[in-house]
Design a protein around this ligand. Structure first.
Ligand code: G3I
Length: 469
């Protein structure tokens, strides 16, 4: 079933491995069958795992760029493809920031989802002051010029965004509606279809994740647009509150899919009242996992896009006072429990590909007096697994080394990097790989691995013995 899904982006087998190698991350092929990045897992099942990208971070933050490229296979512009950014003055188009994102996506084999052409928010003042034919012409010209510019680069567009209000399913009383009447929605889609017949055309909104009056209204609009062959997909933003994934969400998405539409989770985040406890982060992981499972359960779900990368990048605290921590990574670029849950929901292996570099929670004391010493640090535990970082320090010059330890319980390594040997059993005997065996006295090198462990148990830290080769 999954193989029959149509994707607009080219899926290149092994792209994650290639990208990872290019970044010099040295991923071991010891357990190469299980995917350890979101995009690797998503590619395997033929769906998009997307992220909203902030233009300023894209330009200025190398760690941010690497994280986006490593973990996601699709991007949405968080702001720079909105009308106030693209056409700040009438007839003056500014495509440069959007082009930046498109170029980044193409360099990293990612698809680009277009957000958004017609929205009541983040529209320039000049368009809000128009009405009647002038407003219709301005809307159609914006759609045509923007879609023509990115034709072939952007596979799908939110043609209209948030056109239904929060009042019992009535159309939103926006300047678009006031200026043109309710036909403006159909006119927008007609202009979009004509501008780029190959792009998928979506409606998109929040608070329509479950069955309710607002999603019912979208269902009616969708039926009409489908009958006119103007609509290809329905976007569910899914800006959720902790513990509140709607019980009718799967049923709701399925009814739109049954109209012959693609469905997509377009702006997923799960906000928590701050400060977030460990228990709340685990609940958040379950919420993310459920939403991703809903998508993977529906054959025509084209993907899930998360609305931002690190918690500190999110729009949430600016708008919902006291709430935060809604995303998959913390502000040290480290994966949260929700990350591992999403990876598992995508069929991946539950851990990141790189040994995290901060936030250690436990460390073994290094044995002294031998030719080398080794430490293990639990970097990132989650319910059913953990990521460890290992360090080997040479006390004399070495041409190779072996580290060994025995797990006290049923912990087992599931995948590893920068070590090789007997890794998957209760007793681990691991040696250097080609590039990290030769060390001069005082020099250190690192390795890493993920384990599986019993649900909810603490990640143990066994004593490690290091022996020169
Ligand atoms: O660009 C200006 C900058 O010049 C100025 O100095 C700064 C001062 O506050 O504001 C900057 O604009 C901000 C803009 O993001 C770009 O960063 C706006 O204030 C801020 O309101 C705007 O917020 C965006 C919001 O849409 C606008 O409604 C968020 O980043 C963005 O995440 C959010 O995304 C929306 C989706 O498009 C639609 N669905 C809901 C979702 C969350 O609100």
């Amino acid at each position: 079933m999954l193989l029959t899904r149509q994707r607009r982006r080219a899926v290149i087998a092994g792209v994650v491995t290639v990208a990872t190698a290019a970044l010099g991350l040295g991923l071991s092929t010891q357990f190469a069958s299980a995917q350890t990045t979101l995009r690797g897992a998503a590619d395997d099942i033929g769906i998009d795992i997307g992220v909203a990208v902030n233009d300023s971070l894209l330009q200025n933050n190398q760690a941010y760029r690497e994280l986006v490229a490593r973990e996601f296979n699709s991007v949405t512009a968080e702001n720079v493809m909105k009308m106030e950014s693209v056409q700040p003055s009438q007839g003056q188009f500014n495509f440069a920031p959007g082009d930046r994102l498109v170029n980044f996506a193409q360099q990293n084999d990612m698809s680009v989802y277009g957000h958004t052409l017609v929205w009541h928010s983040q529209s320039p003042d000049w368009v809000e002051n128009l009405s009647g034919t002038a407003l219709r012409q301005a809307m159609e010209n914006h759609i045509t010029t923007t879609m023509n510019h990115w034709e072939g680069d952007i596979f799908a567009w939110d043609v209209v965004n948030e056109v239904v209000g929060d009042n019992n399913g009535q159309l939103r009383d926006s300047f678009w509606l006031q200026g043109m009447g309710e036909n403006y929605i159909r006119w927008a889609f007609e202009a979009a279809r004509a501008a780029d017949p190959n792009a998928d055309l979506y409606m998109n909104d929040y608070s329509i994740d479950g069955v309710n009056a607002k999603s019912d209204r979208y269902y009616q609009i969708a039926q009409d647009l489908v009958a006119r062959d103007l609509l290809d997909g329905m976007g569910f933003q899914a800006h959720l509150i902790l513990g509140q994934v709607p019980g009718t969400m799967e049923q709701n998405l399925q009814r739109f899919a049954d109209l012959g539409l693609k469905v997509r989770i377009t702006e997923l985040d799960v906000r928590i009242q701050m400060p977030a406890s460990q228990q709340e982060l685990e609940q958040q992981a379950q919420d993310f996992q459920r939403v991703v499972e809903i998508c993977t359960n529906i054959a025509d779900c084209s993907g899930v896009t998360v609305w931002g990368v690190r918690d500190g990048d999110s729009w949430v605290p600016d708008v919902f006072e006291g709430y935060g921590a809604p995303l998959l990574f913390n502000d040290n670029n480290q994966p949260k429990p929700a990350y591992h849950a999403v990876l598992e929901a995508l069929g991946g292996d539950g851990g990141p590909t790189t040994p995290p570099t901060s936030d250690p929670v436990t460390t073994t004391p290094p044995p002294t007096g031998s030719g080398c010493t080794a430490t293990l640090t639990v970097q990132s535990p989650w319910n059913t697994g953990a990521t460890y970082a290992g360090t080997v320090k040479a006390n004399q010059s070495l041409s190779g080394w072996t580290v060994t330890w025995t797990w006290p319980g049923s912990e087992r390594i599931s995948n590893a990097w920068s070590i090789q040997g007997t890794l998957s059993g209760a007793t681990v005997t691991a040696s250097n790989v080609g590039y990290n065996g030769t060390l001069s006295a005082g020099q250190s090198t690192s390795f890493g691995f993920n384990i599986t462990k019993p649900d909810g148990s603490t990640a143990s830290v066994p004593t490690v013995t290091c022996t020169p080769a």
